[in-house]
Structure formats: C-alpha cells, structure tokens
Ligand binder design. Sequence first.
Ligand SMILES: [Fe+2]
Ligand SMILES: [Fe+2]
Length: 197
Amino acid sequence: MALYFPKHITEYKLAKDLFTRGKDIIVSSEIQELKGYTQHGTTSVFEHCVSVAKFSLLFAYAIERRFPGFEIDKTSLVRGALLHDYFLYDWHESDPSHRLHGFTHPGTALRNAEKDFELNEIERDIICKHMFPLTIVPPRFRESVIVCLADKWCALCETFKIDVSAYLIYRVNYHLALENGDLTIRHGRDEVEQIPA
Ligand SMILES: [Fe+2]
Ligand SMILES: [Fe+2]
C-alpha cells in the first residue's frame, strides 16, 4: 500500500498554505522569539517548528489522497505543529531545570501557548503529546499522531544536517516580511536580509 506525496504540491504552495493557516501565530512577536533558540544542530526552534508544520501538512495531503474521506483538520494541524515546541528557553544551556527537558517541555510549551494564543482541543493534544512514546500518554487525535511522526522525522534530518525545509522556511519568512510591510526578512536574531524593492 503506497503512500506518495502529491506532485502538484510544491514548496512554494506549501509555504503559502502554511502561512495562511498559521498566520496569527507566525506574525506574533512571541513566536519570533523562537528564532533566537537552537533546537537541533544549527536549526533554530522557529525553523524546526515550521519544518514540522510543513511535513505534517505534506503527510496530511498524502493520507487524504490515499484514503478519500479520511479528513484531517489541517489548520489545527499547522497551528499545533507551529506551537509544539513553544517552551521559550535554550535547552542546551546547563541548568538543573533543563535536565528533564525531553519529558517536561511539552507541558511547558502548552502552558506558554495557552497564555499567548487561543487553542482548540486538537491543538492542545498535538502540543502535549508530541513526545510520545517518551511521554507515555498516547496522542488522542489523528492530527497529533501526524505531528508526532513529522517531529521525529525533522529531528532526525536536523541532527544529521540534512536540509529538507530551507526553501520553505525562506518563503514563510518572505510572507512574514511582506505582511509586516518592512521588506526585511529576519532569519534569526541577528541575521536579516532585505527584499529587493
Ligand atoms: Fe519537542
Ligand atoms: Fe519538535
């Protein structure tokens, strides 16, 4: 039983889809803070979350295509994926409170996300179950299972420095710059690029 990615969905279209579905989160100044924290290798937490949202969307389109009638709430999927690591600290810094990061950060991310955004039940489940099976309670929704798998795939690629989302991340930052109207793409805390007028 083959599951293949629809060829007509390009990185360009995915970036637009992702930005539209997660716009309120991506344009918030709070989520931009994630550009200042490293997740795996040289990937920031922001880039990781966008990459997980991309693969979650891709998996969702592939599943819906393979199993017509099996619907996935793609907006909750993207919003949950964007916020799944919203823990807002550098887990590489040696600090006693970071020792159990793998187990505790889904709860921290959920508390932060609930403070800053309005979440539905699916989005809350995506965030707090994404580390399954490390955290023992399994995902409750199909969307949470998809993000859980996409997260592991992205973590693997980032750890081995396999670039799978650079163009899409660039496009998301491009949409953000256009939305802000300042034509400045902010890749990281200090790394900025001007969009040619
Ligand atoms: Fe995580
Ligand atoms: Fe993650």
